[in-house]
Ligand binder design. Structure first.
Ligand code: GMT
Length: 373
């Protein structure tokens, strides 16, 4: 099939999932056309069957706000028409579903029929989407999509709670490449960040309020008082400054390492003993799944779709949002020498239920159903 994937090219989970999906489909022989405003961070190396179409927004002084959605819709029309795409798969409803809808109508006028699948990722529904200034368009576009998927049962339920949806929403969870065996961390890299007996805790996010990164630091503070450890923080965003301040206040500057944004996180995750995800809201928690896939158990909140990914007492532990004490106690449980290997193996086992081989065919089936009707 020839598939157009519309996505955010950034470090956010929706862009990562869309890019990894496109790469996996390309390996299976489909022709993939990524459409977005800059090169997706996970696109990486040159790969057969992959094409990237950049949406360049002109900077006209007349516009106080440049009309990205209009430019995107025009680009989609162009790519569908000249690359003869069979279908579109848009990731994140705003504004990708409405741009796809507009493109579909324009193409229909010219005799091209192109169905589009909308995948809901989370903040497009739970944070931004339900903002009254977006509701009519988001609701309309979800219903107008030819197929709709959500990345967790929790997100599906949230979508029904916030919008009047007539369309069937199919849950297709996010996925990950898993290996048979647990990886061995690169010893010289580990040595660069921690002494041999010091555990490494890790957190990866966009440092937005919803991620509660200050909780990560407070949890780490308690763990570090019992077992001297290191904390690796990956990512950047609005709360980074406050987090750096908190490290200074708690006297943890020599224990916490801010690595900033990284295109590939696997090598860092491989160094970790525990991953912390205390989010306020999370439709899925892709970062937690990426940790599990390298055998790193997860300490998380029990919000949104996280319990579908992190299984209590198996791949890690879950607590109420804001329960710093509980999360610190659970992290210490995972660091017990007698527990470590068991949880590492269970983490990997849990990740395998989201393996790329299991999930990608579910999207292919949706595509087949659409183009054969
Ligand atoms: O994590 C974020 O805030 C970024 C956001 C995005 O749209 O890229 O992530 C959402 O989609 C990811 C991929 O499906 C999910 O794993 C995240 O849980 C979800 N984020 C939230 O719901 C806050």
């Amino acid at each position: 099939m020839k598939i157009g994937i519309v996505l955010y090219p950034t470090f956010g989970g929706s862009g990562v999932v869309a890019t990894e999906l496109g790469k996996a489909l390309a390996r299976k022989g489909h022709q993939i056309h990524f459409i977005t405003y800059s090169q997706p961070v996970r696109l990486g190396r040159f790969q057969e069957n992959i094409f990237y179409h950049e949406v360049a927004v002109s900077d006209y002084p007349l516009f106080e706000f440049q009309p990205y959605e209009t430019t995107l819709a025009s680009k989609i029309v162009d790519v569908v028409k000249y690359e003869r795409l069979d279908l579109l798969h848009v990731h994140y409803a705003i504004p990708h579903a409405s741009a796809a809808y507009m493109a579909q109508k324009i193409l229909a006028e010219e005799g091209h029929n192109v169905p589009f699948v909308t995948t809901l990722h989370g903040t497009d529904i739970t944070l931004i989407g339900k903002d009254p200034s977006f509701v009519p368009v988001v609701q309309f576009c979800i219903n107008a999509s030819n197929a709709v998927t959500a990345v967790s049962e929790s997100l599906k339920a949230d979508t029904h709670a916030h919008f009047r949806i007539q369309k069937n929403i199919q849950v297709v969870p996010n996925f990950i490449q898993t290996e048979e065996e647990l990886p061995t961390p690169n010893p010289s890299l580990r040595q660069a960040y921690a002494d041999p007996l010091e555990p490494i805790l890790c957190h990866i996010s966009n440092f937005r309020k919803v991620k509660r990164v200050e909780d990560v630091i407070r949890i780490f503070h308690q763990v570090n008082q019992k077992i001297p450890s290191k904390l690796l923080l990956v990512g950047d965003g609005p709360d980074r400054y406050a987090c750096e301040q908190l490290c200074r206040t708690l006297g943890l500057c020599d224990r916490i390492i801010f690595l900033g944004k990284l295109r590939e996180t696997r090598q860092v995750l491989e160094l970790a003993d525990v991953f912390i995800l205390p989010s306020e809201s999370e439709s899925f928690g892709l970062a937690a799944l990426e940790a599990l896939a390298v055998g790193v158990p997860v300490i998380s909140s029990n919000t949104g779709g996280i319990p579908e990914v992190n299984l209590e007492g198996f791949s890690g532990f879950l607590s109420e949002v804001g329960d710093i004490e509980g999360m610190a106690t659970n992290a210490l449980r995972l660091l017990e020498p007698s527990e470590r290997l068991k949880f590492r193996k269970q983490a990997l086992e849990q990740a395998k239920s989201f393996s790329i081989e299991r999930i990608v065919p579910q999207y292919e089936q949706i595509y087949h159903n659409l183009i054969s009707t």
